[in-house]
Design a protein. Structure first.
Length: 391
């Protein structure tokens, strides 16, 4: 069995990657460690890179279409990992899940319609409804036993009159895994109120043992009939730059409506490398994924141990899935703007500002990306702690 290397740092400077190369323009500094954008600082898998090289050997990059091998790899992965037994007719290629959600909102809602989200949440969930003229409705999550939970009394009140619920499953920014009971309660409310559920499951493959991802579409036949599910190999295999995602819709009428809209506008075509990489990842990625998850699990434990030792006042929601942790520094009594400034200009570390996930309620909070070599994680954490300890 091949052993994959996740420890060796990869220099990504000068490759036009947003995570590293955008910082000088944004912060006027080139000495910052990025622990923010949700991709990993690991090599993309060798079997994916080799598949791309083989395709390049042909030397003609014309219009392309997904192959039978691509669809076989996708349907086999969904069946094996998520008990989604489907055919290619129920699936559609999407060039990125944020794009897919925006397409769904444009297709299925009208300006002024209410769109429900739970906060804190991935910023595009907030921005897409607002910028498309829809009315954003926010249900604030609670923290219980160091994980996010849904206040269902509040959720049901706020769901009234909404046309769509955009759900992050597992949840981003903290990797909370929604169990079957939680998803069933969501389904009961949304079905009763006639709400379409858009389930972003991009982090599903990154569920850490012993947790288990449950796709919303598998909760019940009724849940499947009123939902759109987005999945992707992009986070899993660190190929986000290829824009390769897939949409699954069980209900024929909803499928005809949305897929017909996509095809009529021509907004969801793929490219050669998106298809090639996804097929290779799903067909050959099992062992790489298991080793990578074990490494992420150890990074989560490293973070937990570090916080308990050096930053015991930090309230952390550690990921049950993904490589994203939610850290609340508010107990240290440092104003949010001053805290953010210290992390950037003293610690030289960039994390995602918590207020971008839902506003002032999340001052003092930051999202930390653990998808990196452990040496990079420990170095960044040491500098973050130093800015707190020296005060």
């Amino acid at each position: 069995m091949k052993q994959y290397d996740f420890d060796t740092p990869i220099d990504r400077h000068g490759t036009d990657c947003f995570k590293w190369d955008a910082m000088p323009a944004m912060y006027h500094r080139d000495d910052l460690t990025p622990m923010w954008v949700a991709d990993m600082d690991f090599r993309s898998p060798d079997f994916v890179m080799e598949a791309i090289r083989r395709r390049c050997d042909h030397e003609v990059l014309g219009y392309t279409m997904p192959s039978d091998g691509y669809w076989q790899a996708v349907t086999s992965w969904l069946a094996k990992h998520y008990d989604i037994h489907t055919t290619r007719e129920s699936l559609h290629f999407i060039p990125g899940i944020v794009a897919g959600i925006s397409y769904a909102l444009l297709c299925l809602t009208q300006p002024g319609d209410k769109v429900l989200v739970t906060t804190p949440v991935y910023p595009p969930f907030l921005n897409l409804p607002r910028e498309s003229g829809r009315e954003l409705v926010c249900c604030q999550l609670k923290i219980a036993d160091n994980r996010f939970v849904i206040d269902f009394d509040d959720f049901e009140r706020r769901a009234e009159g909404c046309k769509v619920f955009i759900m992050s499953n597992p949840h981003n920014p903290a990797g909370t895994v929604w169990g079957k009971e939680t998803l069933q309660r969501i389904a009961d409310i949304c079905i009763r109120k006639g709400i379409i559920v858009i389930s972003d499951e991009i982090h599903a493959d990154l569920t850490l043992p012993p947790h288990r991802h449950v796709s919303y579409s598998t909760v019940s036949e009724a849940a499947a009939r009123h939902s759109i599910t987005f999945m992707a190999p992009s986070k899993t295999f660190n190929i986000a730059g290829l824009g390769s995602s897939v949409c699954y819709i069980s209900d024929e009428d909803l499928r005809r409506r949305f897929y017909g809209w996509l095809d009529a506008l021509g907004v969801a075509g793929g490219n050669i490398f998106a298809f090639t990489a996804a097929e290779a990842a799903f067909a050959h990625g099992e062992e790489w994924l298991q080793q990578m998850l074990a490494y992420l699990q150890a990074n989560v434990q490293t973070l937990d141990n570090f916080l308990k030792t050096r930053l015991p006042e930090v309230k952390a929601v550690l990921p049950e899935a993904s490589y994203l942790a939610w850290l609340d520094f508010s107990a240290y009594g440092i104003p949010h703007k001053k805290l953010a400034d210290r992390f950037i200009n003293e610690a030289n570390v960039v994390m995602n500002d918590g207020t971008t996930f839902g506003g002032k309620a999340y001052e003092g909070c930051f999202r930390l990306n653990l998808g990196c070599p452990r040496s990079q994680l420990l170095d960044a954490l040491d500098r973050i702690a130093h800015t707190i300890e020296t005060r």
